[in-house]
Design a binder for this molecule. Structure first.
Ligand code: MN3
Length: 242
């Protein structure tokens, strides 16, 4: 996406609500612009993650599941312009201040939109390795990469029902494992998700059926560490939106 629409939107917002637009204006491309919300295109072909994640699962997951969340979010905020104007991470971080009539719909749909937008970009072909800054943080906060993987896989394996397991990164660069049910997100706690895995059955059932552990194991093959490292830098700079 070109940066022009965002700049135009920012100028427009600045004219309407100078203070809040300035306070919430994204400084980084990873920040999420305010609504109306759109389904971000998958940053690679649907079959790019095969054999770890099959093409049909990606088509359904991105176009239908994530697409439905975007539509649901826009429908929920349609009659609430003050909410529709908020950036996604602000909306989720201030759920308790939103009108009660739309709070649950925003929680589920904005949460899903944020989680899936993150999910697509931390995956990709090629894998690679975390850069030295992120590698050092993983060693420090998890006791090494192997222990990190073991703990992450255990959390993702034992999450009951539907949900996500995230690695959060704070502004000091500290990493943590965080599990959330449904479409909840660390953004609701004012935290930032560096990376995370979707363990809803729709994320793996076509190919893996009930073998969630096999899906989790395969997922490590398609992590885009360059992108995760970029997100880590952004998190430390306070520039990571969703
Ligand atoms: Mn999903």
């Amino acid at each position: 996406m070109s940066s022009m629409p965002q700049i135009n939107r920012r100028c427009f917002l600045a004219g309407v609500t100078a203070v809040s637009a300035a306070a919430l204006a994204p400084r980084h491309a990873l920040a999420q612009p305010a609504g109306p919300f759109t389904l971000p295109p998958l940053p690679y072909p649907y079959n790019a993650l095969e054999p770890s994640i099959d093409k049909r699962t990606m088509e359904l997951h991105h176009d239908l599941h994530h697409g439905a969340a975007v539509n649901g979010l826009n429908a929920a905020v349609k009659d609430y312009p003050e909410v529709a104007r908020m950036r996604l991470e602000a909306m989720l971080g201030r759920l308790g201040e939103l009108p009660e009539a739309i709070r649950t719909a925003v929680r589920n749909n904005a949460g899903s939109h944020a989680n899936h937008s993150m999910f697509w970009v931390v995956m990709g072909k090629g894998g690679g390795q975390p850069d030295s800054g992120l590698k050092t943080a993983i060693d420090r906060d998890f006791g090494g990469f192997d222990k990190f993987q073991t703990d992450f896989n255990a959390a993702a394996g034992k999450l009951f029902g539907s949900g996500w397991v995230f690695v959060t990164a704070d502004i000091d660069g500290n990493l943590k494992l965080v599990s959330k049910p449904n479409q909840d997100t660390p953004l609701m706690d004012g935290q930032r998700a560096l990376m995370g895995i979707d363990v809803w059955e729709h994320a793996y059932y076509l190919n893996y059926q009930n073998r969630r552990a096999d899906y989790i194991k395969a997922w490590w093959n398609v992590i885009n560490w360059q992108k995760v490292s970029e997100r880590y830098t952004a998190a430390k700079d306070g520039d990571l939106g969703i």
